[in-house]
Design a protein around this ligand. Structure first.
Ligand code: ADP
Ligand code: ADP
Ligand code: ZN
Length: 215
């Protein structure tokens, strides 16, 4: 399965990508996670990306395209992959087509998660992530058994620096201007499938799997 999860910040891409990766036994490729690791490790790429990420704007296309190109060549992507948070611009989508063509691969589907704008802000302000294993939670919608502690590994749950209200508004504007056109891009390609992302996490997962098996 070669899949893109498309949708605004907070739509549930990461949550669903993790579950689908386990279901299909293929890797989740999250450019956001890769960039955050680079920032934490202080690599040259991380240093370059940090200012863009803190401001809620996009990291330059050449940086993220380089990340994904390299990642797709790794052996664990042979059976498939789930792209989460990439592509985010039309030039990134074009670059992805070129990279896949070089590898002799084709996308199977693009799942677009549809979520109301007001719900996104609430999802992002309440989002918490495990510092140790990266598992995601929500203080109201997907709370851990013990407040502030990861169910999976007991690690500390932290809030992302860019999940503050001012930065969230900026990221949603960036999404509308730069990423939303990708729905038409993949609609024209005949591989776009919309899924109602306002439902319960497990219901969204079931609908995605239904969509992918029915196509
Ligand atoms: P994205 O990767 O698209 O930015 P996430 O998967 O990180 O989004 O989800 C954002 C927040 O919303 C997280 O705190 C997550 O637990 C929560 N969430 C995800 N899916 C749902 C859902 N269907 N209903 C309610 N909350 C959700
Ligand atoms: P979310 O889904 O909540 O918006 P991500 O973790 O996908 O968050 O991305 C966090 C930040 O990382 C983005 O605001 C942006 O600065 C950067 N980023 C991630 N993926 C890309 C991408 N494909 N192109 C450009 N910037 C990216
Ligand atoms: Zn954990």
């Amino acid at each position: 399965m070669k899949l893109i999860l498309l949708g605004p910040p907070g739509a549930g891409k990461g949550t669903q990508a993790k579950m689908l990766a386990e279901y299909y036994q293929i890797p989740q490729i999250s450019t956001g996670d890769i960039l955050r690791t680079a920032v934490k490790d202080g690599t040259p790429m991380g240093v370059k990306a940090k200012g863009h990420m803190d401001a809620g704007s996009l990291v330059p296309d050449d940086v993220v395209v380089g990340i994904v190109r390299e990642r797709l060549q790794q052996a664990d992507c042979a059976k498939g992959f789930i792209l989460d948070g990439f592509p985010r611009t039309v030039p990134q989508a074009d670059a992805l087509q070129n990279a896949l063509a070089d590898l002799g691969k084709n996308l199977d589907a693009v799942i677009s998660l549809e979520v109301d704008l007001e719900a996104l802000v609430e999802r992002l302000t309440g989002r918490r992530t495990c510092r140790d294993c990266g598992k995601g939670f929500h203080v109201r919608f997907d709370p851990p058994a013990v407040a502030g502690k990861c169910d999976a590994c007991g690690g500390e749950l932290v809030q992302r620096d860019d999940d503050r209200e001012e930065t969230i508004r900026k990221r949603l504007d960036v999404y509308r201007a730069q990423t939303e056109p990708l729905a038409a891009y993949y609609g024209d390609a005949g591989i776009l499938h919309s899924v109602d992302g306002m439902q319960d996490i497990q219901v969204v997962k079931a609908n995605i799997l239904e969509t992918l098996t029915a196509k």
